[in-house]
Design a protein around this ligand. Structure first.
Ligand SMILES: Nc1nc2c(ncn2[C@@H]2O[C@H](COP(=O)(O)OP(=O)(O)OP(=O)(O)O)[C@@H](O)[C@H]2O)c(=O)[nH]1
Ligand SMILES: [Zn+2]
Length: 351
């Protein structure tokens, strides 16, 4: 038997379990089927149609707790946190990348100059997730000046630990292991090729995920094809996610403000409350840039993500309004149809 706390179970979830069900943690989502870890071990179960009834929830995600009735998952238990992105395409559909996380490892590589704007984007979504973000910079063995690379990110990633590691030499791995305590759940997020799967394999001490060398079949750039939750030898749970070509924000305005707390604080000191920081008098942001206290690229990154989060909010609102209109239309239609049906079923009135 696997004790539930070692799978990240929280006692307060028990009250949400429907009668006659047992809890299980989702480790993998295949079309219509789930790989789960339950007290009795690893299993594959089916999902009941009701699980997908709420279109905004999008069904169970990796890391979710589900309620099992025999071989059927019948409910998704409330999430304590979730890393959510906007699904690829021109829609505004939220996609839960992983749920019930304690830590989000924002993974990037030390091979090139650190991609600060890219890290900030991941951090914004990570802050919104409700889990604690940590930046992990990989491939330290390929970098000439690891300290400078780490320092550049550290200056930007306010309040976030920044670690440098090499999955090849083992450098820095102890600090990552220290984060991954038994029963805690972490997810690695980051672009393709930064070494997420290699890190997972190094932590697992064996090859559990395909990396570029192993999976190279010339068919695509991405080596990791599915999200999966792994139970590490030390007792932590770690989600490997396929590299995202682009991480589109979702409902992340708060995450953006957390990521750029320094810029947001400056902006609060502008003379005008609705300052656009575009040459207005008394602009504290412009002053900070002039005096070299704020990197103009970081300021532009803030504006860009702020605008994106705002656009996304409007889209979600627009979609909510369209759904409400459709609901009202069908309600009116059924009300219009109701009397006529009654008329036909009513016995003919005698003359
Ligand atoms: N030198 C060196 N190479 C590494 C390290 N980590 C990963 N690599 C290499 O970087 C490439 C990409 O690694 P992966 O682990 O497949 O990257 P990933 O982030 O999982 O990529 P996706 O699955 O596409 O998201 C492979 O060729 C790895 O061997 C490292 O610490 N040092
Ligand atoms: Zn201003």
């Amino acid at each position: 038997m696997i004790p539930l706390p070692s799978l990240g179970w929280r006692p307060e979830l028990a009250e949400h379990l429907p009668a006659g069900t047992v809890p299980a943690r989702v480790v993998r989502v295949d079309r219509g089927r789930l790989g789960v870890l339950a007290g009795g071990g690893a299993r594959r179960v089916h999902t009941s149609a009701g699980l997908f009834a709420d279109p905004t929830a999008g069904g169970p995600a990796v890391g979710d707790w589900v309620a099992l009735r025999d071989e059927l998952a019948v409910a998704v238990l409330p999430r304590t946190s979730a890393f959510v992105r906007t699904a690829a395409g021109r829609t505004s559909t939220a996609q839960v990348v992983a749920a019930n996380l304690d830590v989000v490892l924002v993974v990037d590589a030390l091979t090139a100059d650190p991609r600060l704007r890219r890290v900030e984007r991941y951090l914004a979504v990570a802050w919104s997730s409700g889990a604690t973000p940590v930046v992990v910079l990989t491939k330290a063995d390929l970098c000439d000046d690891v300290d400078a690379g780490v320092e550049a990110v550290r200056e930007d990633a306010l309040g976030v630990d920044v670690l440098a590691v090499s999955s090849w030499t083992g450098e820095g791995m102890d600090a990552v292991r220290a984060l991954l305590r038994p029963g805690r759940t972490a997810a690695m997020v980051g672009p393709s090729g930064v070494g997420k799967s290699s890190l997972l394999n190094a932590l697992a001490g064996e090859t559990v995920a395909g990396t570029r060398e192993i999976r190279e079949d010339g068919r695509g750039r991405h080596t990791t094809t599915a999200r999966e939750l792994h139970l590490l030898p030390g007792g932590a749970l770690l989600v490997d996610t396929p590299g995202m070509r682009e991480l589109a924000l979702h409902d992340d305005a708060a995450g953006v403000e957390a990521t750029y707390a320094d810029v947001a604080r400056l902006a609060a000191d502008c003379r005008f409350r609705d300052c656009h920081h575009a040459g207005e008098p008394g602009c504290a942001v412009a002053a900070a840039i002039d005096e070299g206290r704020l990197d103009p690229a970081r300021f532009r990154g803030w504006r860009k993500l702020q605008a994106e989060a705002h656009r996304q909010l409007l889209r979600v609102d627009a979609r909510a309004r369209a759904e409400e209109r459709a609901r009202l239309r069908s309600l009116h239609r059924s009300m219009r149809d109701q009397p006529s049906r009654e008329r036909t079923t009513r016995p003919p009135t005698p003359r």
